[in-house]
Design a protein around this ligand. Structure first.
Ligand code: UD1
Ligand code: CA
Length: 460
């Protein structure tokens, strides 16, 4: 298939009321235009051209290297935008597929159908949809199976406004047919723009045949022009992601209450509870229980892991670990097999060895914790001296008493113990107990005497 693709992305997106160009706004964590590019890549086109204009540098940066970028200096309409790609396409003889950068929900299989239809019928094929509420879209004027024109809502007669079949903004043209007709389009319309949609009427007036197909489901053609449509598209995309995961054997207590980005992988028999956010390149194994209220970003999780009410970023969690509720694992953390990280525990850039436990109110930063270590409640690594971060190494089978301050750099050798409440600033040899505690003073009958004194003072 000798296919060229033109993606229109030069507009400002005035209706978004934003400093950010419209196509860079995100749905499910990724720029709107990235979805269009991904779908187009699956078609394997010989050429992909993106037309940029408004904040062109910023948009161009987001596109990657595999596309050709042309600049439409002034945004005079969608027809004018396609003309900006003419020079890049003057040697191209195959079909030209034109898409809007603001319509991220179109599927590859729909595009393939559109291209096939074009090849079998006429000069152009238009992707359309029937909408209960066609507000804002161009209306499709038909005569039988042929499309004879597209009229923009602002230019439509009262009768045309009632038409419920709309233009998706996605078209396939036979290579030789597009640019000649496009140059004949004028800006004699309500918006004073050069409309790409006018090409349909122009081709028709030349006796060419134009056909249309309805998108599989109407949501596919949603164009994002406003924040409301952005939220709508986000929800639809989210639904597609959870549908795909459920097909793969994942359970959601309520698929409408989880927020999963498109590149996330979740293994079968994993249960995802509500208010869970799985983002970036997160990968979750089989048989896990994730949430409620978990947020995982760029994190790899093994099998049979439980994570409740916690935030985890750029970390690796091995099989059978049990995390939370309320722990925060920060960048560069590795949690070993069977580890327990409990309530109000923060771990940063640390390794926690297999079957170790950090059950309550602790901070482990820049630490290497061995296997079967127990970190008593309230213990922390004092890893920062105000200038530099230092490392704490706790070897296998160590028992850290509650409320131990581990002043780094520090090494607690295998099987050692620390006494509760100790500040440990010197390495502890294997098998020994380190305890740092001032002598306890106990004053007998103190409370009774104190009460008596206060009674006397009341009498005075
Ligand atoms: C367009 C169609 C309308 C269709 C709708 C579907 C026209 C005239 N109208 O309307 O029939 O129902 O899409 O979503 O084509 N752009 C440029 N340069 C410009 C103007 C726009 O690159 O000078 C780009 C925009 O960045 C956007 C796309 O073209 O990605 C569509 O433009 P937009 O203004 O959103 O068109 P609609 O009013 O939605
Ligand atoms: Ca639009």
């Amino acid at each position: 298939m000798n296919l060229a693709v033109v993606i229109l992305a030069a507009g400002e997106g005035t209706r978004m009321k934003s400093l950010l160009p419209k196509v860079l706004h995100k749905i499910c964590g990724k720029p709107i235009i990235s979805y269009v590019l991904k779908t187009v890549r699956e078609l394997n086109p010989t050429k992909t051209i993106v037309v940029v204009g408004h904040q062109s540098d910023m948009v161009t940066k987001s596109l990657g290297e595999k596309v050709e970028v042309v600049v439409q200096e002034n945004q005079l309409g969608t027809g004018h935008a396609v003309l900006a790609a003419e020079q890049s396409l003057n040697e191209h003889e195959g079909d030209i597929l034109v898409l809007s950068g603001d319509s991220p929900l179109i599927r590859t299989r729909t595009l393939l159908k559109l291209i096939k239809l074009r090849g079998e019928t006429g000069a152009a094929a238009v992707l359309t949809a029937k909408l209960k509420n066609p507000d804002g879209y161009g209306r499709i004027i038909r005569r039988g199976e042929e499309i004879i024109g597209i009229v923009e809502e602002k230019d439509a007669t009262p009768d045309e406004i009632k038409i419920d079949e709309v233009n998706s903004g996605t078209y396939c043209f036979a290579g030789g047919e597009l640019f000649g007709s496009l140059r004949e389009a004028t800006n004699d319309n309500e918006q004073g723009e050069y409309y790409l949609t006018d090409v349909i009427g122009i081709l028709r007036s030349k006796g060419k045949k134009i056909v249309g197909i309805l998108a599989e489901d109407e949501s596919e053609i949603l164009g994002i022009n406003s924040r409301k449509q952005q939220a709508e598209a986000d929800k639809i995309m989210r639904g597609r992601i959870t549908d795909r995961l459920m097909d793969g054997g994942v359970t959601f207590i309520d698929p409408g209450l989880v927020f999963i980005e498109p590149d996330v992988v979740v293994g079968k028999d994993t249960i995802v509870y509500p208010l869970t956010f799985l983002e970036g390149e997160t990968l979750i194994g089989e048989g896990c229980e994730i949430g409620p209220s978990a947020k995982l970003v760029d994190t790899t999780v093994g099998k049979n892991v439980k994570i409740q009410n916690s935030i985890i970023r750029e970390s690796v969690i091995e099989d059978e670990a049990n995390l939370g509720p309320f722990c925060s694992l920060r960048k560069g953390t590795r949690i070993g097999r069977g580890v327990k990280i409990g309530t109000f525990v923060e771990v940063k850039k640390s390794e926690i060895g297999a079957n170790a436990k950090v059950p309550h109110l602790s901070y482990m930063g820049d630490a290497v914790v061995g296997e079967n270590v127990n970190i008593g409640a309230g213990s922390i690594t004092c890893n920062y001296d105000g200038v530099k971060k230092h490392k704490t190494v706790i070897e296998d089978d160590v028992f850290i008493g509650s409320d131990t301050m581990l002043v780094a750099p520090l090494r607690i050798h295998k099987g050692a113990m620390t006494g509760a409440g100790s500040t440990i600033a010197h390495d502890v040899p294997a098998g020994s107990l380190a305890i740092e505690r001032s002598k306890q003073e106990t004053i007998e009958n103190y409370v009774k005497k104190k009460l008596k004194r206060s009674d006397e003072s009341k009498d005075n």
